[in-house]
Design a protein around this ligand. Sequence first.
Ligand code: CA
Length: 223
Amino acid sequence: MRVLIVEDEVRLADTLGELLRTQKYSYDIVYDGEDGLAYAESGIYDVIILDIMLPKMNGFEVVRNLRKKKINTPVILLTARDEVSDKVKGLDSGADDYLTKPFSSEELLARIRALTRRQGEVVLDELTFSDLVLNLANYQLSCGGKSIHLGFKEFEIMRLLMANPAAVLSKDELLSKVWGYDSDAEDNNVEVYISFLRKKLQFLGSKVNIATVRRLGYHLEEN
Ligand code: CA
């Protein structure tokens, strides 16, 4: 799961990032409304945490622009002001939820969970494909009686491949979802991790292989 934080108070933004990290969520942080909109338009996020009072473009405008562009990523608005009119305006502009500062970590996490469930992302304990089982809580990939631990990036790639078994995932898509929208990682980072995963699949003796579709990307196939 990847979260976008749009918050100009650097310390709060960092605190939110740390909080998300404890939940093993990936995240990006930007500090003004224009960057917020540009990042959110990529469509790679599962949730956007958006402050209202921001430099360059306020949170209401960011949501309104996103919704106009048919980007329906759930948005939680943050504000220091506890005013009913703000709340109404926020929800009218297309936000999904609203949190008044200061708020507790538990409350924010609960709202994030609620929104991602509502969007249809089922909270599963494991994913299966053919003879493989990926445990989403402890990053273990198993086949028959054998299992192996995956590193974070290996896990994220495997999770995407197993969650979209019919799709071919491009390197760009993997880069932005696993490494982040503004990361310096390049295509060959993806190749390196795919080769790690192939070795692990071999070790497990799985029938599953990560197939390369030239110029398009990767998908899982069963031998
Ligand atoms: Ca602010």
